[in-house]
Design a protein around this ligand. Structure first.
Ligand SMILES: [Zn+2]
Length: 69
């Protein structure tokens, strides 16, 4: 029995497409018993991640402004 767990995909469609590719490559297109697509809860970015994003966005904005001026 296949015990593969894939990485998360942003949409069920992409997860299903990846599953089909895996089935075609490793299981001759058959569905392994118990195969399923699970939805995982989305989490908000943590404060440190938001700070890092704001910093990088700010630096990019400054770089663009410096280049324009
Ligand atoms: Zn498999």
């Amino acid at each position: 029995m296949c015990k593969t767990t894939s990485r998360p995909y942003p949409t069920a469609g992409r997860a299903d497409a990846r599953g089909q590719t895996h089935r075609d490559e490793h299981h001759d297109g058959d569905h392994p018993d118990g195969e399923r697509i699970e939805q995982i809860a989305r989490t908000m970015p943590e404060r440190g991640e938001l700070t890092a994003f704001a910093l990088v966005a700010g630096l990019i904005l400054i770089a663009l402004l410096v280049k324009i001026i």
